[in-house]
Design a protein around this ligand. Structure first.
Ligand SMILES: Nc1ccn([C@@H]2O[C@H](COP(=O)(O)OP(=O)(O)OP(=O)(O)O)[C@@H](O)[C@H]2O)c(=O)n1
Ligand SMILES: [Ca+2]
Length: 485
């Protein structure tokens, strides 16, 4: 006769069924109760009115976590068509109109029930700083027009203003360090100014108080060194280089920073129409000059070096132009035009030694202009013509200007964005104005949701097994095999 399986007794079946139901119920309750609730978001909008162009950024963060710990992320960005707002000095109304398209996009991107509470900021940088120096009235008119345009949208408009160079540098640092886990210096290269910001090892703030900013971020106090060099953005520095080479007012100028075979006619008045160069305009210059390329990196470097003043320094140490700079410290993130240029030249990889970067640049600058155009038919000619100059300027600024050596150069990461948010001053600016710079490290839950569910399941199973084992005394007796005596 077939032996009856001892587990198939009514009692064990009932225990097993109850046990399984209990586990399923326990796990279900645990999962449902602790499921991450669907997030509600809040939004903030910042317009970066740069010298060369304006960009709009929309940030979002979980609504119930705006008490400093919620991670603010970039939700959307929009590049305004045309040039920067400072270029509309002669027709200010158009500066306002230029923003309309991106603002409409923002209206679509931010849920309409959040429109009224969404703060909207516009910060202008070096282009407007220069216009303000050159023509205060025109700069005010541009702001009036921009203000009028922005107030026509349903957001909570918080004002448009020019950021100081110090703010621009410091907020760029805040952005990078808010997004990145380890403390990183920030290098920003714009069209009209350039910023360097880092936390020095030992820093005597009293040496140059105007270069110092204090921040509390994630539970640490930082004494930040920052400086913004007006006129040392890549477009203005190119003007300075051309101005330097046209001091005698020639009809034809041979430029080592442009490719052999490159030749364009430039207008003297247009070249000198900027406070960065206006004082240097040659007295008896003709209307135009022919700008031709020679393509020599080393000679170009010599031209660029003449744009830095290394002779006067009233501090213990300086970068250039008599500006205090403590010794470089730690790693750096280099963004905006640093990234555009180095990315085009395939030189963003930090493992490429400085010497190789220079050799590649030398080779690139030597390449005839026709060949360059053929190789990059899709790149705008204005950008394309300037990469030899810009690459040379970047290397010279970093090494001769800021004193990066072949060892420290490898600590620079050329980046466009960090964790989905563009590197730049806008995020730091908004965090500061909304009081969301996190003074303390965020409280993270001890376990992620998946880990929590797995642990509850395993413990429930163990308890069940333990329970079954504890019932051993009432287990049905197994029929013993006959023993051989
Ligand atoms: N794909 C791109 C985009 C931009 N540029 C150049 O990069 C420079 C700087 O761009 P950006 O960082 O956007 O400068 P702005 O913010 O406009 O200038 P600033 O910060 O000085 O106000 C400009 O010369 C622009 O022509 C480039 O070479 N390649
Ligand atoms: Ca900029």
């Amino acid at each position: 006769m077939k032996e009856k399986n001892p587990w198939h007794t009514p009692l064990t079946i009932i225990i097993t069924v109850i046990g399984v139901i209990a586990i399923v119920a326990l796990v279900t309750v645990a999962v449902l109760q602790n499921r991450p609730v669907p997030q509600k978001y809040k939004y903030g909008i910042v317009l970066d009115a740069g010298s060369s162009h304006t960009a709009l950024y929309i940030y979002e963060w979980p609504a119930e976590k705006d008490n400093n710990t919620g991670r603010v992320e970039q939700k959307h960005s929009c590049k305004v068509k045309g040039k920067g707002i400072s270029s509309y000095a002669a027709e200010p109304e158009k500066a306002g109109v230029s923003l309309t398209e991106c603002m409409r996009e923002a209206e679509m991107q931010v849920p309409s029930r959040r429109h009224q509470e969404t703060p909207l900021y516009l910060g202008a940088t070096a282009g407007m700083r220069l216009l303000n120096i050159e023509n205060r009235e025109a700069s005010d008119k541009v702001f009036e027009a921009v203000e009028k345009a922005l107030q026509g949208f349903p957001f909570s408009y918080q004002g448009a203003r020019i950021l100081s160079g110090q703010e621009e540098g410091a907020f760029g640092w805040v952005t990078v360090n808010y997004l990145d886990d380890q403390t990183t210096g920030a290098l920003d290269l714009g069209g009209a100014s350039t910023q360097i910001s880092f936390v020095p090892h030992e820093y005597d703030i009293s040496e140059s108080p105007s270069n110092s900013v204090a921040f509390r971020l994630y539970g640490n106090d930082y004494n930040l060194y920052t400086h913004s060099f007006l006129c040392y953005g890549k477009d203005q520095v190119l003007r300075m280089a051309l101005a330097h080479q046209t001091q005698s007012g020639p009809v034809t100028m041979s430029d080592p920073c442009f490719h052999p075979g490159y030749s364009v006619t430039r207008n003297y008045n247009a070249l000198y129409d900027s406070p960065c160069v206006s004082e240097r305009k040659p007295k008896e210059a003709p209307l135009n000059f022919t700008h031709t390329g020679v393509g020599n990196f080393f000679q170009c470097q010599e031209v660029v070096k003449t744009l830095f003043n290394f002779t006067s320094c009233k501090y213990s140490r300086c970068s250039f132009n008599g500006i205090f700079q403590p010794p470089l410290q730690g790693s750096f993130g280099a963004f905006s035009a640093y990234y555009f240029v180095m990315n085009f030249l395939n030189l963003t990889d930090s493992s490429i030694p400085l010497e190789t970067v220079k050799a590649n640049l030398a080779n690139y600058c030597e390449t005839p202009w026709n060949q360059i155009k053929q190789q990059h038919p899709k790149v705008k000619e204005k950008y394309l013509a300037e990469y030899c100059f810009s690459g040379t300027y970047i290397v010279t600024l970093l090494t001769e200007g800021y004193n990066f050596t072949k060892e420290t150069f490898s600590k620079i990461k050329f980046i466009k964005e960090i964790k989905g948010s563009d590197a730049g001053w806008t995020l730091g600016y908004m965090l500061n104005l909304t009081n969301m710079i996190p003074a303390e490290a965020p409280d993270s839950p001890p376990l992620p949701h998946a880990g929590y569910v797995s642990i509850v399941t395993v413990i429930a199973l163990l308890l069940f097994i333990l329970f079954i084992l504890s019932l051993r005394p009432i287990w049905p007796k197994c029929s013993k095999q006959p023993q051989i005596v």
